[in-house]
Design a protein. Structure first.
Lengths: 389, 89
């Protein structure tokens, strides 16, 4: 991958990997078992500038490019999908707010998000609506004061909600999609932790309930009618890049663990790695790792170039890498055999977390629907105009 | 006046090339509603916005979020011209 990176990006990637080796890798399994992340570690990540790192320096961020953001998520994803999800949702809310927030909202929240003083959560999914945004039933209505809304409804599977201080909550105002910032301590807002997930167990998921929660109108991000078409996609774009790169890190973990095991584990006089069947699995894993790396880099670079195709490139990267991670995790367990099924091996955690990568930030099937429509539409245009693919 | 008309024509052609590369709408008219065609995907609105920002070096801000700015080739052209004029002022 080095040949594709600048010297500064390579140096930061090395720094991220050092941080992960020291602060994350040895403890990741314990966090999954206890189903929580240590707040002290989040503080250390904040001090290192990792939270809100894509925000400009004007707001206390690092102003890092999307490639560097991707490398950060890849390095963390190698060791802990749960911890990486903090980077994911912080970026989703921060970047949506940086794009569409008012001057006052930016001044109030972005420095706190960049410094990790506040953790953010992106509240979109509902018990009855996931990818079908038009089916959301959470509502904003005229509040008791002229300058306030009343928020009612519920959200489910909301990452980092157990620890977040501010929520970007999507709903409808007179059937128009809107998004508002809702502080954790708002009266009528309750948070119910979700435990015993198969993976991402320390990612702090929760169900949110809003019962006549009064929200100042000044907390609205963007304008009514644009919550789903413009506000959510900016956040989801960073969510997909983050998830794709996190899955890439997991995929690298599967590959590295498998190669190391295959070289060491003996069966009689031979190593496992001398078995053709194992080599076949590792060959597939290594090749998919290379392909996924390039897709993730392509997604990040097109985001840096502010290219219109950045959205479909992020979709393609997330779609391919999450599926490849599931396959790699399954094969990594297979290569290790019984020991791969035990918590003493990271492969069992990879296996549990990889499947979730295919679901968060849009399921594989939604990605297929979106990408299929884009590709078919483009081919139709090319044929109509006689262009070659 | 003629210079502005020419410039607007160039803007419109550029936007049209982007739109027809993204979605298959035969004989797209200047005032055809892009979002009622049923052919655009859910990301088209934000892709169009990103294209306008990058191509014409403008920034779409929260106050610009009005469907009348993006509904058709004509609307998007007028929007870009308005932003450029504000930038030049």
């Amino acid at each position: 991958m080095r040949r594709w990176l600048t010297e500064a990006q390579q140096a930061r990637y090395a720094e991220f990997k050092r941080f992960v080796a020291e602060n994350v890798e040895p403890f990741a399994e314990d966090w999954e078992r206890s189903q929580q992340l240590p707040s002290e570690l989040i503080s250390r990540m904040s001090a290192a500038g990792f939270l809100g790192c894509s925000l400009s320096r004007e707001y206390g961020g690092q102003g890092w490019d999307a490639v560097t953001f991707g490398l950060l998520n890849e390095a963390f994803g190698r060791a802990s999908s749960s911890l990486t999800s903090v980077l994911t949702v912080q970026a989703m809310v921060a970047m949506a707010l940086a794009k569409w927030g008012t001057r006052e909202q930016k001044a109030q929240w972005l420095p706190r998000l960049a410094g990790g003083e506040v953790i953010a959560s992106f509240a979109l999914t509902e018990p009855g609506a996931g990818s079908a945004l038009q089916s959301l039933t959470t509502t904003y209505a005229q509040g008791p004061r002229a300058d306030s809304f009343l928020l009612n409804g519920s959200k489910q599977w909301i990452t980092c909600a157990q620890v977040a201080g501010i929520f970007l909550v999507f709903g409808k105002l007179e059937q128009q999609p809107v998004a508002c910032l809702v502080p954790r301590d708002s009266p009528g807002f309750t948070i119910e932790p979700i435990r015993e997930l198969m993976g991402f167990r320390a990612a702090g998921l929760a169900t949110l309930s809003f019962r006549d929660v009064e929200v100042p109108r000044t907390n609205m991000v963007g304008r009514p009618g644009f919550g789903f078409s413009h506000v959510a996609p900016v956040g989801l774009q960073f969510g997909r890049i983050s998830t794709a790169c996190s899955a890439l890190g997991l995929l690298r973990g599967c590959f590295e663990e498998s190669v190391a095991y295959a070289a060491e584990r003996k069966i009689g006089a031979s190593t496992v790695g001398e078995l053709g069947m194992v080599r076949s699995l590792i060959a597939g894993m290594g090749t998919e790792l290379q392909a996924a790396t390039l897709l993730c880099l392509n997604a990040c670079k097109s985001e840096d170039e502010h290219a219109a195709e950045a959205f479909e490139n992020a979709l393609a990267a997330k779609y391919f890498t999450s599926r490849a991670a599931v396959k790699a995790a399954s094969d990594a367990v297979q290569i290790r055999g019984a020991s791969g099924c035990h918590e003493s091996s990271p492969t069992s955690r990879y296996y549990r977390c990889a499947k979730i990568m295919e679901i968060i930030e849009g399921t594989t099937q939604i990605h297929e629907q979106l990408l299929g429509k884009m590709f078919v539409g483009q081919i139709g245009v090319q044929r109509a105009s006689g262009e070659q693919t | 006046m003629t210079q502005n008309a020419n410039r607007n024509g160039e803007i419109k052609d550029t936007i049209k090339r982007f739109v027809t590369r993204s979605i298959n709408i035969p004989d797209l008219g200047d005032d055809d509603d892009l979002f009622e065609s049923g052919l655009v995907n859910s990301l088209f609105a934000v892709q169009l916005m990103t294209f306008l920002e990058k191509t014409f070096a403008i920034e779409v801000e929260a106050d610009d979020l009005d469907i009348r700015n993006f509904r058709s080739l004509e609307a998007a052209t007028n929007f870009v011209a308005k932003k450029n004029a504000a930038k030049a002022a």
